[in-house]
Write a protein that binds this ligand. Structure first.
Ligand SMILES: Nc1nc2c(ncn2[C@@H]2O[C@H](COP(=O)(O)OP(=O)(O)O)[C@@H](O)[C@H]2O)c(=O)[nH]1
Ligand SMILES: [Mg+2]
Length: 497
């Protein structure tokens, strides 16, 4: 990138920040995580709690968010949705998601998890509160939901097409991935990068490459580190030529004829960086003040040590994005001003509460390398285990001569099974989720959740959303959660004092 382009870029970022400043107290909260990590559910729960906490029916219920001080101290006086801040970004469909979780039109038997989304979206809420000095104040909170896959693209900006090709081919040859890469690698090996550029070949290569990436993301493998991010999360770019490229066995430092396949692929790779990756970082990422990174740690634990190791690498790559000042190219591109980052292990309601601290410790261990780096930038970082929506409750099961065990009880989704038992989405079941190891390092060793080798595998049971409790006036309370208030206090508490 030329110096002029750099300056222009910086000027735009500065202009945007000034526009943001003119608006009064204001915070932009980024919510990210890989697909299915729980972003939509987290944001929906956050908005439901914050916009309703000060309502007459809930104001006295300090136990709903005990750790969020502005609420616990009785200083939160109002909360509401406001119009969408950026006209070019889709609105977060809060009302639809909330209706899904509670049951559309109040039909609780129809409650379900919101359909998955693959796009960036935003929503603004405004909180009114009393400052500790008694003054009335309001805070606008812009919540930005974006796929974590897109963050993994940042390292591409510093890589040539040849380097990216080599690294991607190398990692696809690793024992654990090679079987998934057979078709794509078979095709690529047979392609001479010097051959003249043919759209058909480019498309076939891109298709097979995308199939490989997708196979890596499938549940059983749950691999995380797979740029380019838009191949799996295309957003509005699905089918676009910007995504019609793939690695080839090109040699670094060799220049290929401009009408060769290698040259065409390289042009598209560079276009992807210029027209997809950079605008995202400039227009969205560089404007964030706070960030929560949601991590489906349990899914990685279920998938085994290779997936856990992969997740650790992905977290380190994600954190790269928050780090400025080291690699000059990246720091010239944007200067992140994020000063608080929270890593959250989601869906903690799948575990008994005795394992929540262990889940937190495991995620802390997995992000330790990444965190050391981000702290160099001066961001405050914390790690938490939470459930934005708690779908289970706890009970002791057994006794009467049998040893009692700590179970979680919930309504397994229609079609889930445990051993021979098939669920219809209506009846509850008690499940023994297994205990997490007290030593976080154990997650790199083997199967950590299976309680005993001879036991039925309970681990993959998914539950329906819970039924909301009713308040005195008959309206449903916000859905129960685990430690959502702690997350909010870390992310926003200092702006609400
Ligand atoms: N039990 C439970 N399941 C959750 C929770 N959050 C998310 N999930 C599950 O994870 C799925 C993906 O969540 P979603 O928010 O759509 O993920 P996104 O792709 O990151 O937006 C949901 O459909 C639920 O099945 C939670 O707090 N508790
Ligand atoms: Mg989503």
């Amino acid at each position: 990138m030329s110096l002029f382009a750099d300056l222009l870029f910086e000027a735009r970022v500065v202009a945007q920040s000034l526009a943001d400043l003119a608006m009064g107290p204001h915070v932009r909260l980024g919510v990210t995580g890989l697909s299915r990590s729980g972003k939509t559910v987290f944001i929906t729960a956050l908005i439901e709690h914050l916009t309703r906490a000060a309502s007459p029916a809930l104001r006295g219920r300090k136990n709903l968010l005990p750790v969020l001080r502005v609420h616990a101290e009785g200083r939160l006086t109002g909360g509401r949705l406001e119009p969408q801040p950026d006209d070019a970004v889709p609105r977060f469909a809060y009302e639809d998601y909330l209706a899904a979780l509670h049951g559309p039109d109040g039909a609780i038997e129809a409650r379900h998890w919101p359909a998955s989304t693959r796009q960036i979206s935003e929503l603004r809420i405004r909180l009114d509160f009393q400052r500790k000095n008694g003054q009335s104040q309001s805070l606008a909170i812009d919540i930005v939901d974006y796929p974590g896959e897109w963050l993994l693209d940042l390292p591409l900006l510093a890589k040539s097409y040849a380097q990216w090709s080599r690294e991607t081919l190398e990692s696809s040859a690793m024992a654990i991935r090679a079987p998934l890469a057979v078709n794509w690698r078979g095709f690529t090996v047979g392609v001479d990068p010097k051959m003249s550029a043919a759209e058909e070949t480019a498309r076939r290569a891109a298709e097979l490459f995308t199939d490989y990436l997708r196979a890596c993301r499938a549940d059983d493998y749950a691999f995380s580190v797979l740029p380019p991010g838009r191949f799996l999360m295309p957003g509005d770019l699905a089918g676009s030529p910007a995504l019609t490229f793939a690695p080839l066995a090109v040699e670094e430092g060799v220049s290929y004829a401009s009408d060769s396949l290698a040259a065409m692929m390289e042009r598209r790779y560079e276009a992807y960086k210029a027209h997809v990756v950079k605008p995202f970082f400039r227009d969205h990422f560089a404007r964030l003040d706070r960030q929560i990174v949601l991590v489906d740690t349990l899914a990685a634990l279920n998938a085994g040590p290779a997936a856990v190791r992969d997740l650790e690498t992905a977290m380190t790559d994600v954190l790269m994005a928050f780090r400025a000042g080291r690699a000059s190219l990246l720091s010239a591109l944007f200067r992140p001003k994020i000063d608080r980052i929270l890593f959250a292990a989601t869906k903690a309601d799948h575990l008994h509460h005795t394992s929540h601290d262990r889940l937190e410790a495991i995620l802390r261990h997995l992000t330790a390398r990444a965190i050391n780096r981000a702290e160099e930038v001066g961001a405050k970082i914390d790690v938490i285990a939470l459930a934005a929506v708690r779908a289970t409750r706890e009970a002791k099961v057994g006794g009467r001569g049998e040893p009692a065990f700590e179970a979680v009880i919930g309504t397994p989704l229609d079609g889930e099974r445990i051993g021979d038992e098939l669920f219809d989405g209506k009846s509850e079941a008690a499940i023994f989720p297994g205990e997490l190891p007290s030593d976080p390092k154990a997650v790199f060793r083997g199967d950590v959740l299976a309680p005993r080798p001879d036991e039925i595998d309970y681990r993959f049971v998914r539950f329906r959303p819970p039924i909301a409790t009713l308040s005195e006036d008959g309206t449903p309370l916000p859905l129960p959660h685990i430690r959502l208030d702690r997350a909010l206090e870390f992310l926003l508490g200092d702006r609400l004092t």
